[in-house]
Design a protein around this ligand. Structure first.
Ligand code: UDP
Length: 337
């Protein structure tokens, strides 16, 4: 199967691309490298380009005759979406419009879209099924929800088979430590805790201890990128030109910020100094998936269901690559969000 993977040099996109190659599929990453890393994909599988460049996409699609598109390319920093919504609306909404236009022109009839549990936002019902009400609480989440509707409307009007995949918190690294998470700036919990454990940072800011949760810190469902990737592979095989589907991808296990820190301390054998800090704008108190549908319909089974397993792989990556892919000039600044 020939698959165009937009954002295929990013953290999740590249993990999926590498997984697809292992399954015998023929994926090509299309990435503008603004967030992605050249070293995350084999050189012969990377085309550098922007999804807003419709003619370029049409030409590539015609040349390579893709069977399907997996659409990962997006602006993803929640905090930045609050301060610079233009960037998010342009990349995520205008970018997807350009991609869908190109797909129509080139006659590609199947796609997967990387949506997010953040579209459920402040919904207090836990765990979240695909039918849970979507109440996005950040511009980022609103762009993802808008794109879900854009895809549904295009499918209705022009014909398109799609599966929307709502990820919970993507985490971990390739089991052999060869590829992993490298954001610049880094905002995600697990890599930041590991930086503190490694001595690269003095302490970890815990954003809020007054949430209505068991220990007062936010609860998330951390799903390993390889398990995300296997869900994509199952989903694309089940997507036909008439499919209209949506699946959550999460383990169903919620872990609080404090539990993640404890897991990191156990895996690394090091103490992580904490600084209790105010809540971070845009954070929902708890986001935990109900993965029943993904398991029963597609036969998905996570290989890394426990937080310690996820952290172990991330720690292996961090130890082997303390500077990440080392392809950006100003490394290791930490974003406030
Ligand atoms: N978090 C934290 N300190 C940090 C980074 C994150 O306390 O330095 C918390 C954050 O508030 C959230 C959880 O960890 O409750 C997961 O955040 P992350 O950015 O990893 O993922 P998100 O849920 O925002 O997609």
């Amino acid at each position: 199967m020939k698959i165009l993977v937009t954002g295929g040099a990013g953290f999740v996109g590249s993990a999926c691309l590498r997984y697809l190659v292992r399954q015998g599929a023929d994926p090509i990453a299309y990435d503008n490298l603004s967030l992605g890393h050249r070293a995350a994909v084999p050189a012969d599988r990377l085309v550098v380009g922007d999804i807003q460049d419709t003619p370029r996409l049409v030409a590539l699609m015609r040349e390579r005759r893709f069977d399907a598109v997996m659409h990962f390319a997006a602006a993803t920093y929640v905090g930045e979406s609050v301060t610079n919504p233009d960037h998010h609306y342009r990349n995520n909404i205008a970018g997807t419009l350009s991609l869908l236009t190109a797909m129509r022109e080139a006659g590609i009839e199947r796609m997967l879209f990387s949506s997010t549990c953040a579209t459920y936002g402040l919904n207090p019902k836990m765990p979240m099924s695909e039918e849970s009400e979507q109440v996005p609480c950040s511009p980022y989440a609103r762009t993802k929800l808008a794109v879900e509707w854009m895809i549904r409307d295009f499918a209705e009007a022009y014909g398109l088979g799609f599966t929307l995949l709502r990820y919970f918190n993507a985490a971990g690294a390739d089991a052999d430590g060869s590829h992993g998470e490298d954001h610049e700036p880094e905002t995600h919990l697990i890599p930041l805790v590991l930086r503190v454990a490694a001595g690269d940072m003095k302490s970890l800011a815990v954003f809020g201890t007054d949430y209505p949760t068991t220990d007062g810190t936010c609860i998330r469902d951390y799903v390993h990128t390889e398990d995300l990737a296997s869900a994509h592979w199952l989903a694309i095989q089940a997507t036909t030109p008439t499919t209209r589907e949506v699946f959550n991808i999460g383990t169903g296990n919620g872990n609080s910020v404090m539990e993640v820190i404890t897991a990191c301390e156990k895996v690394t054998g090091r103490k992580v100094p904490l600084v209790i800090s105010p809540r971070r704008p845009g954070d929902a108190p708890a986001l935990v998936a109900d993965p029943k549908k993904l398991k029963s319909r597609l036969g998905w089974k996570p290989r890394f269901p426990e937080i310690e397993q996820v952290v172990e792989t991330a720690w292996r990556w961090h130890q082997a690559h303390p500077q990440g892919y080392a392809d950006r000039p100003a490394k290791r600044t930490v974003a406030a969000r």
